[in-house]
Write a protein that binds this ligand. Structure first.
Ligand code: F6P
Length: 320
C-alpha cells in the first residue's frame, strides 16, 4: 500500500482535526503518501483531493471543527454518485481510505467496502455517542464539558431568580449527552428519547422540592425526546413555574477538543492507518476496555448501543 486518503463527513465534532493529523503523520512515518479529501463524500465525488504533508497538520491538534471541512451528501446515496467517488479514488491511485464521522458517514464507508471492494477503516466521530463498537466517540467528552459549563452558568441565574430552566442538548436518537450532563451538572431531571417520560410526574417531583425549600430547577432535555419549548409550556401551564428555555444548539459541536478527545482521536487515527497497512478493511476502530478494537462496519451499523441503565438509576437517585 502506497497511498491512502482521509476525510471527515457528516456533522463535525471536536477532535476531528486531531484524528486527521494522526492519520497523516502515522501514514508518513510508515512510508505512505496521505491525501486529504475535502467536504467528505461531496468532495470525493468532485475530486477535491490533495496531498497532505506533515506541516499541513501542524498546529491542528488543538483546533475544533475540521480543516478538511465536512458535508452531508444526498448524491453519494445514488449509484451514480458512488461510481464517481470510486472513479476518483482509482484515478488518484488511493488504495486505502479512513472515514471519520457518524452513522451516515460509516454507512458510506460500508458501501465503498462491500459494493466496490475499497479498503476502508472508519473512525467514530460524533458528539451524540450513538455509535456501536466504541465506548466513546471522538467529540463526546468535549461536548459534555461544554454543556456542563453552560449548565453551571444557567444554574447561577436560575438561583438568583428562583426559576426553572429547560436546557435542550443535542442527541437526535440518543440521550447520552443529556444523561451524562444531567449527572455531572446536578440537574433535577433529565428527559431522553430512550425512556418514556411523564411530564406531570416530573413537575410534581420538582414541586415537592420547591415546597421543601429548593429555589430553582434545571431539567436537561435531549433534542430527540422533544422540544424544550413544548415541554417548557407544560411546565409553565401545569406546574406554574417561572420557566425559561435555553437551546444549546451548535455551540456543543465547537470548541477546542479536550485532552481526552485529542488523545482518543490520536490513538484511533494511528490505529486506522496501521490497520489498513495490516490489511484490515470494512471495520471501525473504536475504544474498547482501554484498548483499541476493530469492529466490522456491518455490526457497527446494525447494532444499537444500550442505554446505560446504571447511569440512569444514578441520575434518578441523585437528582431529587
Ligand atoms: O449527529 C450529530 C448532530 O450534532 C445531532 O446531535 C444533531 O441533531 C445534528 O447533528 C445536527 O445536524 P446539522 O448540523 O446538520 O443541523
Amino acid at each position: 500500500m502506497n497511498r491512502i486518503a482521509v476525510m471527515t463527513s457528516g456533522g463535525d465534532c471536536p477532535g476531528m482535526n486531531a484524528a486527521i493529523r494522526s492519520v497523516v503523520r502515522t501514514g508518513i512515518a510508515n512510508g505512505l503518501e496521505v491525501f486529504g479529501i475535502e467536504q467528505g463524500y461531496k468532495g470525493l465525488m468532485e475530486n477535491r483531493i490533495k496531498l497532505l504533508e506533515s506541516k499541513d497538520v501542524a498546529n491542528m491538534i488543538q483546533r475544533g471543527g475540521t480543516f478538511l471541512k465536512s458535508a452531508r451528501s444526498l448524491e453519494f446515496k445514488t449509484d451514480e454518485g458512488q461510481q464517481m467517488a470510486v472513479g476518483n479514488l482509482e484515478a488518484n491511485g488511493i488504495e486505502g481510505l479512513v472515514v471519520i464521522g457518524g452513522d451516515g458517514s460509516l454507512t458510506g464507508a460500508r458501501i465503498l467496502h462491500e459494493k466496490f471492494g475499497i479498503k476502508v477503516v472508519g473512525l467514530p466521530g460524533s458528539i451524540d455517542n450513538d455509535i456501536y463498537g466504541t465506548s466513546i466517540s471522538i467529540g463526546v467528552d468535549t461536548a459534555l464539558n461544554t454543556i456542563c459549563r453552560a449548565v453551571d452558568m444557567i444554574n447561577e441565574t436560575a438561583s438568583s431568580h428562583d426559576r426553572t430552566f429547560l436546557i435542550e442538548v443535542m442527541g437526535r436518537n440518543c440521550g447520552y449527552l443529556a444523561l451524562m450532563s444531567a449527572i455531572a451538572s446536578g440537574a433535577e431531571a433529565v428527559i431522553i428519547p430512550e425512556v418514556k417520560y411523564n411530564i406531570e410526574s416530573i413537575i410534581n417531583k420538582i414541586k415537592v422540592r420547591y415546597v421543601e425549600g429548593k429555589s430553582r430547577s434545571v431539567v436537561i432535555v435531549a433534542e430527540g425526546a422533544g422540544s424544550a419549548y413544548d415541554i417548557g409550556k407544560a411546565f409553565q401551564l401545569i406546574g406554574g413555574f417561572d420557566t425559561r428555555i435555553t437551546v444549546l444548539g451548535h455551540l456543543q459541536r465547537g470548541g477546542a477538543p479536550s485532552v481526552f478527545d485529542r488523545t482518543l482521536a490520536t490513538r484511533l487515527g494511528s490505529a486506522a492507518v496501521k490497520g489498513l497497512i495490516e490489511g484490515r478493511t470494512g471495520v471501525m476502530a473504536g475504544l474498547g476496555n482501554r484498548e483499541i478494537s476493530f469492529t466490522p462496519l456491518s455490526e457497527v451499523l446494525t447494532k444499537k448501543r444500550d442505554l446505560d441503565e446504571t447511569m440512569l438509576k444514578i441520575a434518578e437517585e441523585l437528582s431529587l
